[in-house]
Design a binder for this molecule. Structure first.
Ligand SMILES: [Zn+2]
Length: 326
C-alpha cells in the first residue's frame, strides 16, 4: 500500500514541476518533501524517502550509492546527494531486485555502474513475466475492493510489462556470485551475498573503516518483513543470513535497514529475535501435527503487534515459516 501511495505522491510532485534542481536549493524539510538525510559518519549517509532506504558514501573522487527507490524519486535522490558533495556519482549497488529498491536504476544507469548479485539481474529481467502472471489477479482484487490507487498502479505495471523490451530494463550490468569488494580511498567496501532470505539475491554492503552496514531488506527495523518466497526468499534462511552478517560486523556498527530507522547492532538482534520466534512457533505447531489452516487461524506473536505491517504481513511470514518447518 505504501508503495502505491508513494507512486501517487511522486506523480503529484513531478506534475508540480518538482526537480533535482529545486531540491538542492531547499535543504530544509518541507511538508511534501519525501526525503530525510541522516549523516552517519564524515562520509557516509542514510537517505529516507518513499521506498527502501538509500545509503551513500563519498569517496575521494566519487560517490557510491546503495539502492535507488523509485524512478520518479531518482532525481531527488541525486539532488540530496549533491546537497552534501559535488563529487560525481559513479557506483550504484542494488541490495535486491524489488521495485522500491531498483526503480531509480533507469535514471542512474546514465552515469553510474550498477552492481548487484547475479540473481538480481536475472530476477529483474524476468520481472515483466512475473507481473503478467501475478498482477491481473491482484488488479481484479483491487477493483473489487474499490482501491483506485492500487488499480491504477497494477494497470500501469501490466501495461509496462506488455510493452517493455528486455534490453530496456535497467538491470545491474556488473554482477557477482558470492562477494565483491570496492576500494575508495582508505575505505574498503564489502558486498556479501547471503543465503536466501528476503529474496535469493540479497546483498549486504559493509563499510569496514566507517563501520556502517546497509542490510537491504534482510533487516526491517521494527517493521514486519516481507518474505518473498516466489522471489527465492526463505523464513529460515533469514536466520542463517543474519547470523552470517553478525559474524562479520563489529559490535559498534551503525546499521541501515531496508525499511525503518537506522539503528545499532541491538536493533538488528531484536529483528533476529522476531525471525527466531516466528520459525520456532511454526516448527512447534507443525511437529504437534497442527494443520496449516489451523495454525494460521490462531498464530499470534503479541510482542510484535506494534511493529508496522503486523496486520498485513505477519500471516504471510507465518505461512512461509510453516511451509519450511520440518
Ligand atoms: Zn524488498
Amino acid at each position: 500500500m505504501k508503495r502505491v501511495c508513494s507512486f501517487i505522491l511522486v506523480f503529484i510532485l513531478s506534475a508540480m514541476g518538482w526537480t533535482a534542481e529545486t531540491q538542492t536549493q531547499h535543504h530544509e524539510q518541507k511538508p511534501d518533501d519525501p526525503f530525510r538525510l541522516q549523516k552517519l559518519t564524515d562520509s557516509t549517509y542514510a537517505l529516507y524517502g518513499e521506498g527502501g532506504n538509500v545509503g551513500f558514501h563519498i569517496g575521494p573522487d566519487a560517490v557510491l550509492v546503495i539502492d535507488s527507490q523509485y524512478r520518479k524519486l531518482a532525481p531527488g535522490i541525486v539532488g540530496q546527494i549533491q546537497s552534501v558533495t559535488d563529487k560525481p556519482i559513479k557506483y550504484l549497488i542494488n541490495t535486491h531486485f524489488h521495485g522500491d529498491h531498483v526503480g531509480g536504476n533507469e535514471y542512474f544507469i546514465k552515469f553510474a555502474i550498477i552492481l548487484a548479485q547475479d540473481n538480481v539481474r536475472k530476477r529483474m529481467l524476468a520481472s515483466p513475466q512475473r507481473i503478467l502472471e501475478d498482477y491481473p489477479k491482484r488488479l481484479e482484487d483491487a477493483k473489487k475492493k474499490g482501491d483506485t490507487e492500487s488499480v491504477q498502479f497494477f494497470e500501469e505495471q501490466i501495461e509496462w510489462a506488455k510493452k517493455v523490451k528486455i534490453e530496456e530494463i535497467a538491470a545491474p550490468f556488473m554482477t557477482f556470485d558470492s562477494e565483491f569488494n570496492i576500494y575508495m580511498g582508505d575505505e574498503a567496501i564489502h558486498v556479501w551475498h547471503t543465503p536466501p532470505a528476503h529474496t535469493d539475491g540479497d546483498g549486504v554492503v559493509f563499510f569496514e573503516k566507517e563501520k556502517v552496514v546497509h542490510m537491504g531488506d534482510l533487516f526491517f527495523n521494527k517493521v514486519i518483513p516481507f518474505i518473498d518466497v516466489k522471489g527465492g526468499g526463505s523464513a529460515r534462511g533469514y536466520l542463517t543470513a543474519i547470523d552470517k552478517v553478525l559474524s562479520r560486523i563489529p559490535a559498534d556498527v551503525q546499521v541501515i535497514p531496508g525499511h525503518g530507522e537506522v539503528t545499532n547492532i541491538d536493533g538488528l538482534k531484536a529483528f533476529r529475535q522476531y525471525i527466531q520466534a516466528l520459525n520456532d512457533t511454526a516448527a512447534k505447531a507443525k511437529s504437534a501435527g497442527k494443520s496449516k489452516d489451523d495454525f494460521l487461524k490462531e498464530v499470534d506473536l503479541p510482542a510484535y503487534k506494534d511493529w508496522n505491517g503486523y496486520s498485513d504481513r505477519f500471516k504471510q511470514n507465518a505461512e512461509a515459516a510453516y511451509d519450511e518447518a520440518k
